[in-house]
Structure formats: structure tokens, C-alpha cells
Design a protein around this ligand. Structure first.
Ligand SMILES: *Cc1c(COP(=O)(O)O)cnc(C)c1O
Length: 486
């Protein structure tokens, strides 16, 4: 007879078995996992077992071959893209949710914290409490939901329910040339097409040029072929951190009764820094706003959030609909058991039906350090980017390639004798990464390849900015010598 032998008890015993491997990884002393690639590939590239190996063996493989061969993302010197390791409070909250409330639905403490955490985020970022928020798997799905609500509103204004019957006429979305590519993908999924995103040029600071935006919008209304759906403003562009002039864009949107979507996946928390606060003026007028708690706030990946001005509109755009398997579980009467009521119908406000409780993670991070603690982190990282830019500007071998905004600094090594600085800096970046202490990524700014650190990690401090500068200078000097000898 076959038995389901999965272990479901004695969790703390197993935790104790894996914890040393976690602790070791988080000391960041080991070489990169690729140095041991033969080892873990040969251990893990196996056939599906017919008979299970049991818990002891599974945990052993986890500790020996999997955890030690993870990613460099949590390392304090990791400044690539916009991603970082999770803080401890977030990890504990996530595991607690996985154990105690595998779903966000029904009247539990975890369900309550979905709402509490969304309210906290609104108050942290000065968004109207009347906005309906929902947690998502990340910024990509948050953008999709925000723009889905915009699509719903735009076609309803013409007498069509786009969620029910599809779109009767093509639409278009206005966004800066440096908008995140998930905006294009959202347009594709929403039936508008990637090409419906009209890219507006940016100015010398990387911000959307509002005159060009105004002109492009007026032209679309004049032509009348495409229904204008929304303008997407960056609150922290991914390459440079540039913040679009949200207030000016809000004025234009208001004039045309056009939806304003603010993509603050990375940069929304930047408004906690008084040096940048003014640049977010007008944010409270947005129709939809997104932020990624799994970026600057320090949640493990899998937690984004979107806020939309109307819960009813969001419901019409995303409702799950009645179905045989969902109705009748809950009671309309008094709630005397957690299963009597579903609670806030988040499944009708987004694209997931089953979903983890994510609010508890945001709640834990903010409960631990408060608004003041987060502000201190944001200010520290922004100061590091400004400090690095000052060093770059005052060094004749370095060149700043973009205006510094928030915690991103785009720069390159330069030499009068080297013509192909793009290839040179690509090689330099590779060598810096291979050394392994500092892991920035890159951005191409006006055709120039730049080294691009984005400081967001809770472990990442001024020391990492100084180390990175030293790595680039030392490795750059050595590489320059090689190039000139060629
Ligand atoms: C990171 C980012 C996204 C995408 O978010 P994911 O969480 O990676 O899906 C969208 N927009 C901006 C501006 C971003 O920086």
C-alpha cells in the first residue's frame, strides 16, 4: 500500500537542522556558488525519485547543497538592479503567514493586517485613505492592476464595460521614454498592445518633458483613433531614479480627465527624504499608485502593492465572479467563526485568487522600525548616492553620466586614451563583479555604458559606497594599463 509520508510535525526540530546553513550564508564569507557549480549540479540534477528519501535526507540536501549555493542578492555589497535581501522581521512574518494563514481570506489576524498594512502605506506616502489597496506579487502585477483600472474607467466613460466585452476601440498610454518595461507588458496583456505605449522624451534630468506630453495627448485627442487611457509618471525611474514632474502631469491629466498612474515601485519611499519631498508634489492627485515593499522596505521578493482611487471601479475591472465552488461557504449573518466571512474581497481587486497573506510582512517591517526608521534608511542610501557622485565629479578618471536622483548613481571610468569607453566599462564592471565584494549593475545613458549602483539594502551602508569607489578606481587603473599595452 502507498503511504503519504510527508512530515508535518516537529517543525522546530527541522528548523534547527537548516539554521546553521542560513547563518553561514548570511556571514557572506563564502565564494560565489558558481565556484562550486560541478558539486551542486551533480548532486541536484537527478531523476524524480520514485521512493522518497525522507525528511532527514531532504533537509541534508537543503543544508549541504542548496542554501550555501544561493544568490548574492542579500550581500551588503550587492547594489545591482533594484533588489535586496529581506530583513529579519519580514522573514519571520512571512514564515508565520505560511504556517498560520496560508491564505489571506477569512476573518483572521492576518486578514486584518492586510488592511492595516495597506492603510499604513497610504499614510506613510500621503495617499488618500479612500484609495483601495491590494497587495500583489510585485510591481509588474501592480502596474497591470493599476492600468487595468484605468482601462476600465476610460471605456466606461464611452459606455463600454471593457472587462466584460473587451475593448471596442484601440487605446493608448503615455509614459516617459524611461518607463519600466512592465508598463508595455501591461498594455499587451490588457489588449491594448505594447505599441500603444506612447513614449515621451525626457529632459536632461531624465524627467518626462511635460510640453512634449501635452502635445502628444492633444494630438491623440485630435486624431481620435485611440482612446487615451492613462499617463504613467515615474516616481523613481529604474535606470536613474528620476522623478517625473507629477504635479505638472496631474494638471494635464485633470484638464483632459485622463487617468494618472504613478509607478513608485522603487522610488515611492523616496518622499520620506526631505531633500526629495517637493518632487512628489501632486502624488495625492494620482488615480493609481504602486510601490514595491520588496524593494526599499526590505520584504522578501513577492510583495508589491497597488492603490486605486475607487474600489468599485477596481471591482468592475477585476471581479472574480460567482462560481459553484466559492459560493455558500460564508454566512451573511453574525460572524462567530473565522470562516463565517471572507472579509475584504481582495480576490476581486486583482489578478490572484489564492494568495498569501502579505500585509503581515509589511506590518512587521514597519512595526519594528517605524516610519522614522524607514526614513533613516532612505536618507542614508540617498546620501550615499550623492556622496559617490561628489567623489566621481572630483576625480579626473571618473565621469558622472546622469543626474543623481534618490539612491542611484550612474558613472563610468574614463581615460583620454581609450576610445571605446563602453567596452572598457563593460569589462571593468565584469571584473568588479568577479572580485565579489561589490556587485553593481549597469545602465546605458544616452548611449553611454554606465556602472550603476542602486543602494537599497538594509545591510548596505556608507562603507559599501566607499568600497565600490575603491574597487572601480583600482580595477579600472589596472584594466586601463592592460588596454594601453595592447
Ligand atoms: C522594479 C520596478 C518595476 C517592476 O517591479 P517587480 O516587482 O520587479 O515586478 C516596475 N516599475 C519600476 C519603476 C520598477 O523599478
Amino acid at each position: 500500500m502507498l503511504h503519504d509520508l510527508a512530515n508535518t510535525h516537529n517543525l522546530s526540530h527541522w528548523l534547527k537542522q537548516v539554521m546553521p546553513a542560513w547563518e553561514k550564508l548570511l556571514r557572506f564569507e563564502d565564494d560565489d556558488c558558481v565556484t562550486r557549480i560541478d558539486d551542486w549540479q551533480s548532486q541536484l540534477q537527478t531523476e524524480l525519485p520514485s521512493k522518497g528519501y525522507g525528511m532527514e535526507q531532504t533537509v541534508e540536501l537543503l543544508s549541504q547543497y542548496i542554501i550555501p549555493n544561493g544568490s548574492v542578492v542579500p550581500d551588503p555589497g550587492f547594489t545591482a538592479w533594484i533588489t535586496t535581501g529581506a530583513v529579519n522581521s519580514a522573514l519571520l512574518a512571512r514564515w508565520s503567514a505560511d504556517i498560520a494563514s496560508p491564505q489571506r481570506i477569512s476573518m483572521t489576524a492576518f486578514h486584518l493586517l492586510e488592511d492595516v498594512a495597506l492603510k499604513w502605506l497610504k499614510s506613510l506616502f500621503g495617499l488618500p485613505q479612500s484609495m483601495q489597496g491590494v497587495f500583489t506579487s510585485g510591481g509588474a502585477s501592480a502596474n497591470l492592476i493599476g492600468l487595468g483600472a484605468a482601462r476600465q474607467a476610460a471605456y466606461e466613460a464611452l459606455g463600454y464595460d471593457a472587462a466584460e466585452t473587451g475593448i471596442p476601440q484601440p487605446g493608448c498610454i503615455f509614459a516617459s521614454a524611461s518607463t519600466h518595461k512592465t508598463i508595455h507588458r501591461s498594455a499587451a496583456i490588457l489588449g491594448l498592445g505594447r505599441q500603444s505605449v506612447i513614449e515621451i522624451e525626457t529632459d536632461s534630468l531624465g524627467k518626462m518633458d511635460v510640453d512634449k506630453l501635452r502635445f502628444a495627448i492633444e494630438q491623440e485627442y485630435k486624431l481620435g483613433t485611440n482612446v487615451p487611457i492613462a499617463v504613467v509618471a515615474n516616481a523613481g525611474a529604474t535606470s536613474t531614479g528620476a522623478i517625473d514632474p507629477i504635479g505638472d502631469i496631474a494638471n494635464i491629466c485633470e484638464k483632459h480627465d485622463l487617468w494618472l498612474h504613478v509607478d513608485g515601485a522603487y522610488g515611492l519611499p523616496g518622499l520620506l527624504d526631505d531633500r526629495y519631498r517637493d518632487q512628489y508634489q501632486g502624488l495625492e492627485r494620482a488615480d493609481s499608485v504602486i510601490v514595491d515593499p520588496h524593494k526599499w522596505l526590505g520584504a522578501p521578493v513577492g510583495i508589491g502593492a497597488v492603490f486605486v482611487k475607487s474600489a468599485e471601479l477596481l471591482f468592475r475591472g477585476f471581479r472574480q465572479g460567482t462560481s459553484d465552488y466559492l459560493e455558500g461557504v460564508f454566512s451573511n449573518n453574525q460572524c462567530v467563526h473565522s470562516m463565517d466571512q471572507a472579509g475584504i474581497p481582495y480576490a476581486d481587486f486583482g489578478i490572484d485568487l489564492s494568495a498569501p497573506a502579505r500585509g503581515v510582512v509589511v506590518w512587521a517591517m514597519l512595526t519594528e522600525i517605524g516610519a522614522e526608521g524607514l526614513k533613516a534608511r532612505i536618507c542614508r542610501h540617498n546620501s550615499m548616492a550623492l556622496w559617490l557622485a561628489e567623489q566621481v565629479k572630483s576625480h579626473n578618471k571618473l565621469e558622472l553620466l546622469a543626474n543623481v536622483s534618490l539612491s542611484i548613481c550612474c558613472f563610468r571610468y574614463r581615460s583620454d586614451q581609450i576610445k571605446d569607453l563602453n567596452t572598457f566599462n563593460q569589462q571593468l564592471l565584469r571584473r568588479v563583479i568577479h572580485k565579489g565584494d561589490n556587485i553593481p549593475s549597469s545602465a546605458t545613458i544616452n548611449g553611454k555604458f554606465s556602472i550603476r549602483p542602486c543602494f537599497i539594502g538594509a545591510r548596505t551602508t556608507q562603507q559599501q559606497a566607499e568600497d565600490l569607489l575603491q574597487d572601480v578606481l583600482l580595477i579600472g587603473k589596472a584594466l586601463e594599463k592592460e588596454w594601453l599595452q595592447k
